[in-house]
Design a protein around this ligand. Sequence first.
Ligand SMILES: NC(=O)c1ccc[n+]([C@@H]2O[C@H](COP(=O)([O-])OP(=O)(O)OC[C@H]3O[C@@H](n4cnc5c(N)ncnc54)[C@H](OP(=O)(O)O)[C@@H]3O)[C@@H](O)[C@H]2O)c1
Length: 329
Amino acid sequence: MSAADSGLDRLLDRSIVPGYSALGYRLRKREWSNDDPRPDALAGRRALVTGAGGGLGEATALGLARLGATVHLLVRSEARAAAAVDRIRTTLAEDGRTAELIVEECDVSDLAAVRGFTDSFGGRLRAMDSGLDVLIHNAGVLPATRTESVDGHELTVATHVLGPILMTERLLPALSASTVGARVVLVASGGMYTQGLPTRDPEYTKGEYSGSVAYARSKRMQVELTPLLAERWSDDAVSVYAMHPGWADTPGVADSLPLFRTLTRPILRSAEAGADTAVWLAATEPAPPSGTFWHDRNVRPTSYRSATRPKPGKVDTLWQWVQDAINVE
Ligand SMILES: NC(=O)c1ccc[n+]([C@@H]2O[C@H](COP(=O)([O-])OP(=O)(O)OC[C@H]3O[C@@H](n4cnc5c(N)ncnc54)[C@H](OP(=O)(O)O)[C@@H]3O)[C@@H](O)[C@H]2O)c1
């Protein structure tokens, strides 16, 4: 029986607390014995992971490197990146492995910085005659108060939606140069189940600001735009997925959700368990259907309540707003 057919898996998904926790991961993992990507599944492939200086991004970079990929770790702070690179190298060395790890700097919420980075990164890849096989949009924020990016966009939308889509659009030549069909992963959150698509006020200018609500709305945007992006990028042979990692113990959770962490710490997953599905989506064969939403190696519903399901036309309305904001046609 595959994990997809398992009643236990579905029960865990609907019961949230056990499903998102370390227990859910442990129980599902028992069903994956034949489902791990083969060792060296990513040998000869190139991956870029955003927000890779710690937490899930670092664990994702480790997971991809362990499968043989050359990994570019995109960070805002070189110091954090150096420490992450050291930890990844040490872990790989314990298994007698090495990997090519390259640090990249960019603030993904800053659209000019994204344009600058993609020009330079894309140029370097062209000079090496290399494509980009895997792009994991992991960088994330949960601000306590309403904050704007340098471009004046609400920060969660800028970081989770505008920056990642602009970066992918501008890296399409590199992604389409992949010889195996590139895969893009948007790291969303189960928190998005609590919110609908905020098409009337995507920048959260109305009502009392809540960082958790802003965060969940921006993650809802990622998930709802994924099928549209799959269609848009299919001509470039680029597949795109959204996934949510469950609840993992990371610096971000400690900083942004200290009470949540205190209450749930005994059941939080490791960062590696949270990153598992992003790594799996990048490496499993054959490539899963593009445009789908995943958790713990299984496709998941995008809504459990009709109130959070977008009405017809709303995703297109949001997409029009995104296109205007990042200036792509
Ligand atoms: N941990 C969980 O339980 C959980 C649950 C659901 C979803 N997620 C999602 O998983 C992803 C990783 O979360 P995490 O828990 O590992 O959080 P984390 O420990 O805070 O890591 C987030 C990373 O994103 C980077 N980042 C933030 N804004 C950035 C920007 N503008 N440009 C470039 N990098 C930026 C941070 O870099 P700095 O060091 O420079 O701040 C940090 O390295 C996020 O998208 C988060 O929403 C996590």
